[in-house]
Design a protein around this ligand. Structure first.
Ligand SMILES: [Zn+2]
Length: 202
């Protein structure tokens, strides 16, 4: 049976998304086909504006509407703490809890030799200028509690000590309550809150 080109084109596009197999792609495509044109127009507008209307923050590498982002520009926030996370989604998870008022630094992933991701591929070196000659007194390393996240935390700690920054900056690591191998973005607020409160010298 020949499939209309518009249909197969969308199936192919959806298949490229993570977690979507051929069957799901087909189902989604036919689901969309039964929506009114106005809904599809809204959907495609949101998609085409996704990248155009967002900026990567030049300071913390979070995704925002402008650069520097709202969090970096907010003088009400605690300027003595930086929380290091792997992805912008992790910031969303922490912010939802409302228990943390400091600043962030998004690495853009974690060190993973198996996937050829070394420290140079991440925003690690961008961290040092933020720590030097600043009011930062605590660096909270909130990378995921899995192998890559731990390796990344240890690497950051080592460089910080090599640079002698540990004299004025306390390094802490969140942990307690987070299941090993878990992803920060999937942790519930309570667990995340406990993990922050229970952070320890690292
Ligand atoms: Zn920012």
């Amino acid at each position: 049976m020949k499939i209309a080109r518009a249909v197969s084109r969308l199936i192919e596009a959806l298949e490229k998304l993570p977690g979507i197999g051929p069957k799901s792609a087909q189902r989604l495509t036919f689901y969309l086909l039964h929506n009114p044109q106005s809904e599809l127009d809204k959907f495609s507008l949101a998609l085409s504006r996704l990248k155009k209307d967002t900026r990567e923050c030049m300071i913390c590498f979070n995704v925002g509407e402008k650069s520097p982002c709202d969090i970096c520009m907010d003088k009400e926030r605690d300027q003595t703490k930086i929380c290091v996370v792997e992805q912008p989604l992790d910031i969303l998870a922490v912010e939802k809890g409302g228990f943390y008022q400091g600043l962030y630094h998004v690495l853009g992933g974690a060190i993973s030799p198996l996937n050829n991701i070394g420290p140079e591929e991440l925003h690690i070196s961008d961290l040092w200028p933020r720590l030097k000659n600043s009011k930062i007194a605590e660096l909270i390393i909130a990378t995921n509690p899995n192998m890559e996240g731990e390796a990344t935390a240890m690497y950051i700690r080592k460089i910080l000590i090599d640079k002698g920054l540990n004299n004025k900056i306390q390094i802490t690591r969140i942990g307690r309550g987070l299941p090993v191998g878990a992803d920060l973005e999937y942790a519930d607020e309570m667990t995340l809150n406990r993990a922050f409160e229970g952070r320890r010298e690292f």
